[in-house]
Design a protein around this ligand. Structure first.
Ligand code: NAP
Length: 306
């Protein structure tokens, strides 16, 4: 399969890159291993993406992005897993779970996935009380008590979201101040179903077939105590989806994030990056979209120069 521009990942960045690539007159292959949307699909409510003053669900926004991208006949959606990229002369090759794809330029928009904590019981109880997605699993905890771990935007948003179902949400953060946005901190504080435990860490998740309790440590004293919960929701940041680049010429930092120039070109000529997979300070739908516009315009200039 041949194309001008291959886009890897169909989240907000990938779908925006498809729109910009098509409008630049490029033939575009949008390669995604599953359904479109990326992390957007697991986001309950979006109120900071401009143009939607009433807010909308992540799924609704994803459908709008996908419809806009697929309106262009230049864009072909391919369901395939990309396991590597390499160069053959002027062409870039994508090794996939299906047919090999040959492209003149690539925009990597593979995003990120929730990080694991690595504590005892976490892996064993995934699907049996441990979750990384309130929108997906919240309804299983109707009238139950859950713990939420983390202090960033995601943990605060999800703690509030989970109060729709849970009878009590205990938000556990390792420091005495949250990292997340002030408006989300206020919502947590004003929600009577949420109790906050500052300066505590999750040490172990315990139970028989399902989660029954957690062991927590008070950071200053080192003292351990246990708390009965039915579920544990972990939101301690994200890891970039860049495993497939490990053997390529695309340089990654120590956290696996893609390094890029201010023009969003990576260390591999012709390969650009947009969204949460790159080394960046802010990971929002709006930043992913802005990245994709810049990366794709530069990819099209790169193709012109070939
Ligand atoms: P994040 O901002 O990196 O926050 C991760 C949180 O987990 C921090 O509070 C951190 O604690 C804590 N943490 C990390 N490792 C831990 C560990 N080993 N044990 C205990 N706690 C740990 O991640 P995020 O909240 O998933 O957000 C990711 C990105 O998406 C951010 O850029 C965020 O702004 C963005 N986002 C935006 C929105 C929105 O705009 N509405 C919504 C969701 C996410 P410390 O604070 O002590 O480091």
């Amino acid at each position: 399969m041949k194309c001008d521009l291959a886009i890897i990942g169909a989240g907000p960045a990938g779908m925006t890159a498809a729109v910009y690539g098509a409008r630049a007159g490029l033939s575009v292959k949008l390669v995604e291993m599953g359904a479109p949307g990326g992390q957007l699909v697991n986001t309950d409510w979006i109120e900071n993406y401009p143009g939607f003053p009433e807010g909308l669900t992540g799924a609704e926004l994803m459908i709008k992005f996908a419809m806009q991208a697929m309106n262009f006949s230049e864009v072909e959606y391919i369901t395939s897993y990309v396991s590597g990229i390499s160069r053959k002369g002027n062409e870039l090759l994508l090794t996939t779970s299906g047919e090999e794809i040959e492209a003149k330029a690539i925009v990597v928009a593979t995003g990120a996935m929730p990080k694991k904590l690595g504590v005892e019981g976490e892996q064993a109880f995934i699907g049996a009380g441990v979750s990384y997605c309130g929108t997906c699993d919240g309804a299983f905890f109707r009238d139950r008590e859950v713990a939420v771990i983390g202090g960033g935007d995601t943990a605060l948003e999800e703690a509030v979201f989970l109060t729709k179902f849970a009878s009590k949400v205990t938000l556990i953060h390792r420091r005495d101040a949250f990292r997340g946005a002030k408006i989300l901190q206020d919502r947590v504080r004003d929600n009577e179903k949420i109790e906050v435990l500052y300066s505590e860490t999750l040490e172990r998740i315990l139970g028989d077939t399902n989660v029954e309790e957690v062991e927590l440590k008070q950071v200053e004293s080192g003292e351990l105590h246990r708390m009965k919960v039915d579920g544990v929701f972990i939101f301690v940041g994200t890891s970039p989806n860049t495993e497939f680049l490990k053997n390529s010429d695309v340089e990654l930092d120590e956290r696996g994030q893609i390094k890029a120039s201010t023009q969003l070109e990576t260390s591999m000529p012709g390969v650009f990056v947009a969204g949460d997979a790159r080394q960046t300070q802010l990971r929002q739908v709006s930043t992913a979209v802005g990245d994709a516009a810049l990366a794709t315009i530069n990819a099209s200039k790169y193709i012109e120069g070939l």
